[in-house]
Write a new protein. Structure first.
Ligand SMILES: [Zn+2]
Length: 385
């Protein structure tokens, strides 16, 4: 019994020894595998470092060695210049001023545009006016003159009639009420709510053309396709297209041109945005992460958004670089900094565009005797007709 019990004991001991051995074996195997993995990964790392160094020496284009190569070959690569930033202080009211202001059914225009210029006596002879008393912001009058001169030169068509420009809120109310009366609907998708029309800003123009059947709004076809394709060069966008009507809330209006300035007009057109989308996109780009845009003339720009900070907002700008800042009418500012391009200064803009931005140039042009006389006679004709 005792033997057998001893034997059992021994057997038991042997069993427990076996289990311990198994544990040690497994543990050893795990440690060995871990060591092996560490060894292999170390070797791989060493090898890849060696290869990276080799490719860095070779072409300098591999991702891993790009920092090394850009340090070593900085003289060959265009280096981002270090800009000195400063700030411009803007008031809350400035958020509602400028060529990029967004006005739609959810962003009412709550200012009165300053420096409105009357078209009559300030326009060229390439187009007519529906009424004598038509006004827009002065850069818009200049841009319209340049665009219509180029349009007439390109197509020989002088039938365009400016049908609507700046409108005050009470006039918009009349138009709105008339549209509801004729449609029998509760709201309008063709006439903006009073306060919500771009025409309040002085940056929007409606164009029609004279024909034997009377005045028709531009449809963007025939000769007028030229305007659709070229308007951005003069700072205009076709504001309401069929494609974007679900975003703008306005049906296709190929006659409604909105001035946003040449840089924004080109960026919006080339990017395939509507104004709402463009501002939303820019809101993802502050001055630390600006939207970079190169125009077809080769000039490059940084465009960025600064959220309004209440009574006073510090908008960053780059020292020594020319810039424009516009409010967005939705709570912020958009800055365009011109970095320059292959050419320098204003000479790189087309001659039609170069006189556009500066009111000084426009007033000297419009006071030119011959152009004024011809525009006056043309205006008088259009107004009476
Ligand atoms: Zn309009």
């Amino acid at each position: 019994m005792s033997y057998s019990s001893k034997g059992r004991k021994v057997r038991r001991r042997r069993k427990s020894v076996n289990v311990r051995n198994l544990v040690i074996l497994i543990g050893g195997a795990v440690v060995a595998i871990v060591l092996l993995v560490l060894l292999i990964s170390g070797a791989v790392r060493l090898i890849s470092k060696g290869l990276g160094a080799l490719s860095g020496l070779g072409d300098g284009s591999s991702g891993g060695s790009s920092t090394v190569s850009s340090d070593a070959e900085s003289s060959e690569e265009p280096v981002e210049p270090e800009y000195t930033w400063t700030t411009v202080q803007l008031a809350e009211a400035d958020e509602r001023q400028g060529e990029l202001i967004l006005v739609n059914s959810s962003h009412e225009y709550r200012s009165e545009p300053e420096d409105l210029l009357i078209f009559y006596g300030n326009k060229t002879s390439s187009y007519g006016l529906k009424e004598a008393e038509m006004y827009a912001k002065s850069p818009v009058v200049t841009a319209m003159n340049n665009m219509m001169d180029a349009f007439r030169a390109a197509t020989g068509n002088g039938s365009v009639l400016l049908t609507s420009a700046y409108r005050d809120v009470s006039y918009q109310q009349q138009l709105y009420d008339a549209d509801l009366a004729s449609s029998g609907l509760a709201t309008s998708d063709s006439v903006s709510k009073p306060g919500c029309s771009e025409h309040h800003t002085g940056y929007a123009l409606d164009l029609s053309y004279q024909s034997t059947s009377g005045n028709n709004y531009l449809d963007g076809t025939g000769d007028f396709a030229w305007l659709v394709g070229n308007c951005y060069k003069y700072g205009f966008i076709v504001r309401y297209t069929e494609e974007k009507s679900s975003i703008t809330g306005i049906i296709s209006e190929p006659w409604h041109y909105r001035y946003v300035g040449t840089v924004h007009a080109e960026a919006i057109t080339k990017g395939g945005y509507c104004l709402e989308e463009y501002i939303e996109m820019l809101k993802l780009h502050d001055s630390t992460n600006p939207y970079e845009f190169t125009s077809e003339s080769g000039s490059s720009y940084l465009i960025y958004y600064t959220a309004g900070a209440g009574a006073s907002t510090d908008v960053p700008v780059i020292s020594g670089k020319s810039y424009t800042i516009s409010g967005t009418n939705e709570g912020g500012f958009v800055t365009v900094v011109e970095l320059g391009g292959q050419n320098t200064g204003s000479g790189l803009l087309s001659s039609s565009a170069s006189s556009e931005g500066e009111s000084g140039t426009s007033s000297s042009e419009s006071s030119d005797g011959s152009s004024e006389t011809s525009s006056l006679s043309n205006s008088t004709e259009s107004v009476s007709g």
